[in-house]
Design a binder for this molecule. Structure first.
Ligand code: CTP
Length: 404
């Protein structure tokens, strides 16, 4: 899987640094060439000798080392790799990366590289949730740095538990493998994704909305972009940051979402993950609706919104080669989704059970879905929305390969 791939592993100073030794072994087993940079504090946790023995390469430690620079300068070191992986990524190195500080070999390589970067954060739970760290993480993700973890569990500090554990070496390995499996598979394709809720105004201050967070749709756009697709994301109001490299069109209402989708065509693939309001207020009030003297509730007259999925699925014209819809159901999930696929004429439906009994799906980080196509149904085990997105993106790439 990783034959011929060159990985530059940057080991920063955290108690979890020992896990990197296992990661190096697994990467080497799969055929990767692994060069390592060990930061000064990283060397307090693992020895250069173990890192060198396992990676079968010299360990790079010093920006001002004459021998290092004459053998392979820091610029070459950072660019000769196919991928840079920072693990464990401590709060300190993440802060330096976020702010462009280059005061040692590791951070200088991270600034000088023109290659993709992954970070696997590891730190105490309080440090992880600290505003400064969260801002740094957001900033790095918005620049396209791929995050792996951290996991939840026991901390190095006795009796403490929380979010901040380094992802397990096998989890990091899977992400690295996925990265190479994904790369360039959708080059030259244009995909359109809808995400988030829609807001349907009642008057200038009130609106009808739903609980969609946009997490699943945004993760799909991110995964498709990482596979090389030119990606347009039409998003309703969402707290999710705009995915790096994706053309994001922000809308509020279903009608605006429909108009934005139409103008984004032609597309090879459309994935409608948005929770579009079926109804809008027929005539939103121009001014704020006041309680009337008798306190009678106002009558809200509704009109039907365009069904974007059904419209994009209509045969002929600019219909994308593959149209994928979502179905959030609370009962008879597969049966309902099957009927929805036929009714809306889309090619695939991703159905999820949003009943309370199943833990819901709105706002959560994971999802249990079924992929329903014309000739088969596949139930995927509950996993993170990011994993669901990656898996769906792979199915899409396989389908386009088979169709070409
Ligand atoms: N959808 C859409 N435009 C709409 C309504 C829904 O594009 N106006 C899309 C959603 O993005 C999703 C799929 O249709 O991909 C299913 O949406 P859902 O609300 O479950 O379907 P409905 O037709 O509204 O069916 P019902 O609410 O009766 O289950």
């Amino acid at each position: 899987m990783l034959n011929g791939k060159r990985i530059l592993l940057i080991i920063a100073g955290g108690i979890a640094a020992y896990k990197c030794l296992e990661l190096i072994r697994r990467l080497k087993e799969r055929g990767a060439t692994v060069r390592c940079i060990l930061t000064k504090s990283g060397a307090e946790f693992v020895t250069p000798l173990s890192v060198a023995a396992l990676s079968e390469h010299k360990v790079y430690q010093d920006l001002f080392s004459l021998t290092d620079e004459s053998e392979i300068g820091h610029i070459r070191l950072s660019r000769e790799a196919d991928l840079l992986v920072v693990a464990p990524a401590t709060a300190n190195i993440l802060a330096k990366m976020a702010h462009g500080i280059a005061d040692d070999l590791a951070t200088t390589c991270l600034m000088a590289t023109d290659k993709p970067v992954m970070m696997a954060p590891a730190m105490n739970g309080r440090m992880w949730s600290h505003e400064a760290n969260q801002e740094n993480i957001q900033r790095l993700e918005s620049r396209g740095i791929i995050r792996i973890g951290p996991n939840t569990g026991e901390m190095a500090e006795r009796g403490e538990a929380g979010v901040g554990r380094l992802a397990e070496p096998m989890e990091i390995l899977v992400e690295i493998e996925n990265f190479f499996r994904f790369a360039n598979r959708l080059n030259g394709k244009h995909v359109l994704v809808t995400s988030g809720p829609t807001y349907e105004p009642i008057d200038p201050v009130r609106f009808i909305a739903n609980r969609s967070s946009g997490k699943q749709g945004h993760a799909i756009a991110r995964a498709l972009h990482r596979m090389g697709a030119a990606t347009t994301l039409v998003s309703g109001p969402s707290a999710e940051p705009d995915p790096f490299g994706v053309n994001v069109i922000h809308v509020e209402t279903a009608q605006q979402m429909f108009d934005a989708c139409k103008s984004a065509l032609p597309a090879d693939v459309a994935v409608c993950a948005a929770a579009v309001a079926d109804w809008r207020i027929k005539q939103p009030a121009a001014g704020k609706i006041k309680k009337n003297a008798k306190n009678k509730p106002p009558q809200l007259v509704l009109a039907e919104n365009p069904d974007i999925l059904a419209q994009l699925s209509k045969p002929g014209g600019q219909r994308p080669l593959l149209v994928v819809g979502f179905a959030a159901e609370t009962e008879n999930v597969i049966e309902q989704a099957r009927m929805k696929r036929e009714r809306k004429q889309c090619d695939w439906i991703v159905a999820n059970d949003v009943s309370e009994a199943n833990g819901g799906a709105f706002g959560t980080d994971d999802n249990a879905v079924h992929l329903i196509t014309a000739d088969h149904e596949d139930s995927w085990p509950r996993s993170s929305k990011v994993s669901v997105a990656n898996k769906l993106a792979l199915c899409i790439a396989d389908h386009l390969d088979a169709a070409s």
